[in-house]
Design a protein around this ligand. Structure first.
Ligand code: NDP
Length: 319
């Protein structure tokens, strides 16, 4: 198949591109700056890239920017979206590129007669932020949608950006007859292909860099290779549909530091929580749907180890 991956140089996207090339597809990757060596050298090094990887410049906020690259593709993987915390201007930095960018890409998809399916990289951020109380007995699944008003009230701007983007994508797809599938991963870790540090890998680095405290959060975690495979299968398997939550385990930071300490006793992990509030509760996430795609999720410990080993190999940390 000829397919398009937006934001091709990013952490998750690079793994999607790698897998697509391995499986014989021809990939058109978009980047804001296709001349930036930090974004493209690792893509150019992938097997199959010389013949079947073509890079294009496209900008989420420029209307029509994706028309030419999407035209002729059977599937579009829309992964590009800013992921970081504490923006100065959440609307401009996070929400506009997420929401307007998604609608911009979908508008190009609507015009392409070749297009069969769009696979959107959404997030568990668009799933779990509801009024339903969370506890270890609760099982969250793909029927749960985050509530934008709650995200806004809590000033969770990235969560809001992903929630609004997915909502807008479903509405646009229904209104315009686009076959949309979303992949909703929690924190994605595992080996980095790109040379730069992305936000989720940064969280792991923070825990092993001598910080005195850990955050009072319970996050879900999933391996980047599983997330990439889910994207590719969502395109290849005709019966794939709806949303695919991807979480191997939800775990509190206090437990993560214990696991790191057992695996790497020499690493300086924090031993205190950043606040004195009760620990944020964990919860379960159903794996039924993602299993139906044929995916077995990598255990959290393995993903964590792969991440730490990669941070060491890439000299983000030495020990
Ligand atoms: P990266 O930061 O590695 O990649 C993000 C990509 O988005 C970059 O390649 C960048 O493309 C593109 N991008 C960012 N801002 C803009 C913008 N303003 N205009 C155009 N392109 C932009 O992040 P991840 O790989 O971690 O994230 C990829 C996707 O996965 C995002 O949609 C994110 O929300 C989602 N996700 C990530 C999770 C994680 O834990 N990492 C968890 C759940 C979902 P360019 O190369 O052109 O700069």
């Amino acid at each position: 198949k000829v397919v398009c991956v937006t934001g091709a140089g990013g952490f998750i996207a690079s793994w999607i591109v790698k897998l697509l090339l391995q499986r014989g597809h021809t990939v058109r990757g978009t980047l804001r700056d296709p001349a930036d060596p930090k974004k493209i050298e690792h893509l150019r090094a992938l097997d199959g890239s010389a013949d079947r990887l073509h890079l294009f410049k496209a900008d989420l906020l420029e209307e029509g920017s994706f028309d030419a690259v999407v035209d002729g593709c059977e599937c579009v993987f829309h992964t590009a979206s800013p992921f970081y915390n504490n923006p100065k201007d959440p609307q401009i930095e996070l929400i506009d590129p997420a929401v307007k960018g998604t609608l911009n890409v979908l508008a190009s998809c609507k015009k392409a007669s070749s297009l069969k399916r769009v696979v959107l990289t959404s997030s568990m951020a668009a799933v779990v932020f509801t009024e339903n109380p969370l506890s270890p007995e609760v099982v969250v699944d793909d029927t749960s949608f985050s509530i934008p008003e709650l995200c806004e009230k809590a000033k969770e701007w990235y969560v809001l950006s992903k929630t609004l983007a997915e909502q807008a994508a479903w509405k646009f797809s229904k209104d315009n007859g686009i076959d949309l599938v979303t992949i909703n991963p929690a924190m994605v870790i595992g080996p980095l292909l790109q040379p730069t540090l992305n936000t989720s890998a940064q969280l792991v680095l923070y825990l092993i860099s001598g910080s005195p405290v850990y955050l009072n959060y319970s996050f879900g975690w999933v391996n980047v290779k599983d997330v990439a495979l889910a994207h590719v299968l969502a395109c290849e398997v005709p019966s794939a549909s709806g949303r695919y939550c991807m979480v191997d385990r939800v775990i509190h930071f206090s437990e993560i530091v214990k696991i790191i300490h057992e695996m790497y006793p020499s690493l300086p992990v924090p031993d205190k929580c950043a606040d004195d509030q009760p620990f944020a509760p964990t919860y379960q996430v159903s794996r039924d749907k993602v299993k139906s795609l044929g995916i077995e999720l990598t255990p959290f410990e393995t993903s964590l180890k792969e991440t730490i080993e990669c941070l060491k190999d890439k000299s983000f940390i030495s020990f």
